[in-house]
Design a protein around this ligand. Structure first.
Ligand SMILES: Nc1nc2c(ncn2[C@@H]2O[C@H](COP(=O)(O)OP(=O)(O)OP(=O)(O)O)[C@@H](O)[C@H]2O)c(=O)[nH]1
Ligand SMILES: [Mg+2]
Length: 353
């Protein structure tokens, strides 16, 4: 199914937002079929649903929100794992090895991505599907490239909703891949249960991550390519352990472990997954697992409210009309930014229509 791609709107408008979780009685016949298909684990229905979610057309967005509302009671049972790392860290190779490992143990796995640059590059996952060749061929795996919707916030919103659709389709492991540049790590950390970092065994890389404040959000660090130079990998592990030791852990119950892996040789995969499972056990026992999900849901709601308000403000005819003049007055010093902001915001007190 091909959808027309509209303008540069990145997330749903306010009315879309309010549809989430609302009554599902309003579903049209085809959308009902879509929901049933997803709940029945049909890949085609899942792919169509995600295409609907990713569409920027207002009518598609309304339908997508209704479909998600209907799927919502069937979501939340998967474990959501974020995997981040600089380009070339070995994410794709690692996900392929991990995915095959998990499927061999009876899991069903969905791989999604947050990569705002993918509108330029064509999508990181799609681009190197060759690296996930064997995983792509397995029926128990569902692999979807990053949406090409533009801003990080827009891409992330769509990936979150795609994640819910995958869960409703019965995938019990969701992997969200992101390339380790800019803000995307923090965004992905805000939508997964456990955020993992794939690192290369060299000090320059480690220092960069430490500087960027990424260390604070890592729940698990894996030093990949340990096969190339085991000694360097051991040094990197020690450095990471030390760096993590100096930080106050995000949870009193969990010290982020640092393990050595080789995606290429498929070594350390079981250990990685054991740590993910242990994390789930520990944080479920302490109540942190649920608390984190609740906080993430609320943060998401607030970010949608902010986006919605922003759109409402921008699209208000009064604002539209007055904004050029206010802009001129602020830059020429005739009005203070505060006074201009108050005046423009006051338009929201009168309904636009
Ligand atoms: N020796 C060795 N090479 C590896 C390992 N993991 C990945 N590689 C190689 O490193 C290169 C990059 O791996 P990718 O899996 O494409 O890395 P990526 O992180 O997905 O890269 P981007 O998609 O560009 O962000 C490839 O040539 C892989 O074969 C490993 O554990 N050991
Ligand atoms: Mg890759």
């Amino acid at each position: 199914m091909v959808f027309e791609d509209g303008s540069h709107k990145t997330t749903g408008n306010l009315s879309n937002t309010m549809c989430i979780g609302s009554s599902t009685n309003g579903l049209s016949g085809p959308d009902r079929q879509l929901v049933d298909g997803v709940l029945g684990g049909e890949r085609r229905s899942l792919a169509k649903t995600i295409t609907l979610i990713e569409s920027t057309r207002a009518d598609h967005q309304r339908r997508a929100q209704q479909v998600i509302g209907a799927l919502l009671p069937h979501t939340g049972r998967a474990i959501r794992v974020g995997i981040s790392g600089v380009p070339g860290a070995g994410k794709s190779t690692f996900i392929e090895a991990l995915g095959n490992y998990l499927i061999d143990r009876g899991h069903r796995l969905a791989v999604l991505a947050v990569d705002p640059s993918s509108s330029v590059s064509g999508g990181s996952i799609l681009g190197d599907k060759t690296r996930m060749e064997s995983l792509c061929q397995r029926l128990e795996a569902f692999i979807r490239p990053s949406p090409t919707a533009g801003s990080l916030g827009g891409v992330a919103a769509k990936t979150r909703e795609a994640m819910l659709a995958c869960e409703a389709a019965g995938y019990d492991v969701i992997i969200v891949e992101t390339v380790g540049v800019g803000q995307s790590e923090t965004t992905v950390a805000g939508m997964v249960d456990i955020f993992t970092l794939l690192q290369l065994p060299n000090a320059g890389d480690d220092l960069q991550a430490i500087k960027k404040g990424i260390v604070e959000i890592a729940d698990l660090v894996a030093i990949n390519k340990s096969d190339i130079d085991p000694k360097a990998a051991a040094v990197a592990r020690a450095q990471w352990k030390q760096a993590l030791h100096m930080l106050r852990p995000a949870s009193p119950n969990w010290r982020p472990p640092v393990i050595g892996v080789s995606a290429f040789k498929k070594e350390g995969i079981a250990e990685f997954w054991d740590e993910v499972e242990r994390y789930r056990e520990v944080t479920t026992g302490s109540g942190e697992f649920e608390a984190k999900r609740k906080k993430q849901a609320l943060d998401w709601m607030w970010s949608l409210i902010e986006t919605g308000l922003h759109q409402l403000f921008r699209s208000h005819p009064g604002v539209h009309e007055d904004l050029p003049q206010m802009t001129r007055e602020v830059v020429t010093g005739r009005t203070t930014p505060n006074a201009a902001a108050q005046r423009l915001l006051s338009y929201l007190e009168t309904p636009a229509f």
